[in-house]
Design a protein around this ligand. Structure first.
Ligand code: FAD
Ligand code: DLZ
Ligand code: SF4
Length: 512
């Protein structure tokens, strides 16, 4: 008797042991498009289309490799609606006596799977996910006894451990981090290479029709759809990134330009997170480009840090701090998400552009997620639960293990500073420096107070004022509180009044 090998939608990797250990003549591979996974948050239409299409293509590849695959599509009459019920059904149909699965990326599913053996009455083997370069235990060992869990130190250990961009035990070039050469705004006339796009094939067209019919009420623009949905296509995205974008990735990493969503970013998170590419091969490709002389060190290092550093760090952080990470609310924030997070109807041009791009592409780059959208969420005191759900559903690369640490730890500081050494907040001047959004805005970035002043300006100081008790003792906030303490009482009162007026309008869902 063989076993049932379940592959989840974000486990589309041929080298996972759940596949490589299979006895092809006996075992059955199960993949299923189920309502529970597609709707536990109402994911962006493009995210569902991307994942279902990638899953269907992956199943075809597995069959070509000789695996026996049961692929249960969304409208199949045998579809049981959830992973557990589908596994139960398939075990019965095929008389199999064991389930093998790779550990899932999300806590809710891991908790559920821990009960599967009892519920199903068969052995359930949950194998480690060997695509990550650090295990949750590695992270917890690293974290033990440390007062601060700064990514930079975790990253240095990962560089040493995998000998990436190293010269013996020293970092190549003598420094671990070249960010002082990055962070440049982009000149308006600068021409950015076009992103790598693909025409939908017949399989993808079927999925697009399905999503249009079944998920019409979900957020987001479904078409045009041009994402890579196979490993071969994902490799093409990687190769074109290394050749055309990586050289300038570093210097323009933080830039934002109206009408240019893709810039010099890699657009690889979709493909790494669902398994079409492994983080290791992406890191190696960037390192090779540096050694071949086609990418400068500031770009190669900056890019590698995002994957070998941030991506591995947030995954370890997630497992280390779950489940409390999800319910933490350090500032006791509870404001509902404003309606314009769904329809982009706001006079704040930076918010409008970032939300529109999110709606159209299920993508926004890091600084848009962090310093525009995230900055707004924290400064206006939106409820962490509402913000977490929004980020989890709107981006096609979002799974809770990566979304939650970024939202709770990085943008909202709702964990009280386990991830970030201080809240990532800024006034409008940062957005104005790094983008051209302010030129087309209904508000004036140069004005600090008044009806037409940039809301980020007074909201920033309102936040500093309102949370003085919690934040003043933080050494990294010292300079900010020095400046604040020099402000006249009149000025502070005007900020407070402007902030209160803006927040009241937001709570009444009036246009801002
Ligand atoms: P690039 O800029 O080209 O970066 C290269 C790669 O580095 C990415 O593909 C990604 O794999 C990795 N990376 C970079 N930053 C991070 C980070 N902070 N955490 C983890 N990996 C990182 N990333 C997700 O993959 N899924 C999410 O749900 C997600 N939610 C986020 C929410 C917020 C509030 C913030 C601030 C960041 C979030 N990120 C998330 C991280 C980052 O914004 C995206 O990984 C990145 O924008 C994806 O685009 P890219 O592939 O073009 O990235
Ligand atoms: C995100 C997602 C969606 C939309 N649909 C499915 C699905 O139908 N079947 C499936 O196996 N996986 C899906 N996924 C991915 C899972 O939600 C993901 O495996 C868990 O969230 C763990 O990361
Ligand atoms: Fe955003 Fe303020 Fe600039 Fe308008 S003026 S685009 S609200 S930062």
């Amino acid at each position: 008797m063989g076993c049932l090998r379940l592959i989840l939608g974000d486990q589309l990797t041929h080298t996972l042991p759940v596949l490589t250990d299979a006895v092809k003549s006996k075992d059955l591979v199960l993949m299923a498009e189920v309502r529970e996974e597609a709707t536990y948050v109402p994911h962006h239409k493009k995210k569902i289309a991307f994942l279902f299409s990638a899953m269907r293509h992956f199943a075809v590849e597995l069959r070509d490799e000789g695996y026996t695959v049961d692929y249960v599509d969304y409208r199949n009459e045998d579809n049981q609606g959830s992973l557990l019920e589908q596994v139960k059904y398939q075990l019965k149909q095929h008389n199999l006596n064991k389930v093998v699965v790779t550990e899932p990326g999300e806590h809710r599913l891991k908790q559920s799977m821990a009960q599967w053996s009892n519920v199903l009455g068969v052995d359930v083997d949950i194998l480690p996910d060997n695509r990550f370069l650090a295990t949750p235990d590695d992270f917890s060992r690293w974290a033990e006894g440390r007062k601060q869990l700064r990514m930079e130190f975790f990253y240095r250990e990962m560089r040493r451990r995998y000998s990436v961009l190293m010269d013996g035990d020293k970092p190549i070039g003598g420094k671990w981090n070249y960010d002082e050469q990055n962070r440049k705004p982009m000149p308006e006339t600068h021409k950015v290479p076009s992103p790598t796009t693909f025409e939908p094939d017949e399989l993808t067209k079927e999925v697009l029709k399905l999503v249009e019919d079944e998920f019409d009420d979900h957020f987001g623009q479904l078409t045009p759809f041009s994402m890579a949905v196979t490993r071969k296509q994902a490799l093409q995205v990687l190769n074109e990134f290394i050749e055309k974008r990586l050289p300038d990735f570093g210097q323009y990493q933080d830039a934002m330009v109206e009408g240019k969503p893709w810039l010099y970013h890699s657009h690889l998170s979709f493909h790494i997170n669902c398994g079409l590419l492994t983080p290791k091969e992406v890191i190696m490709a960037a390192e090779q480009a540096y050694h071949a002389g086609t990418a400068p060190l500031n770009s190669a290092e900056g890019f590698i840090r995002q994957i070998l550093g941030w991506r591995e760090y947030v995954r370890g952080f997630y497992w280390h701090f779950m489940p409390s990470l999800k319910s933490d609310n350090y500032f006791h924030h509870d404001r509902a998400l404003p309606a314009f997070f769904w329809d982009a109807r706001t006079n704040m041009n930076c918010m409008r552009q970032c939300i529109k791009e999110t709606r159209d592409h299920a993508y926004a780059h890091h600084i848009q997620r962090l310093m525009v959208l995230g900055n707004f969420c924290l400064l206006t005191g939106l409820s962490p639960a509402a913000v977490q759900e929004w980020y989890l559903l709107v981006y096609a690369d979002a799974y809770e293990w990566v979304e939650l640490p970024n939202v709770a730890g990085m943008i909202l500081y709702s964990d009280g500073g386990n991830l970030a050494s201080k809240p990532y907040v800024s006034s409008g001047s940062y957005i104005n420096k790094m983008s051209n959004y302010c030129k087309n805005c209904g508000y004036k970035v140069s004005k600090k107070t008044g009806e037409d002043a940039c809301p980020f300006n007074y909201l920033y100081w309102r936040f500093i004022d309102a949370h003085s008790e919690r934040l003043r003792g933080n050494p990294r906030m010292g300079m900010i509180y020095k400046t604040f303490d020099r402000m006249s009482d009149d000025k502070i009162q005007t900020m407070r009044d402007d902030g209160a007026r803006f927040l009241a309008r937001l709570s009444r869902n009036e246009e801002v």
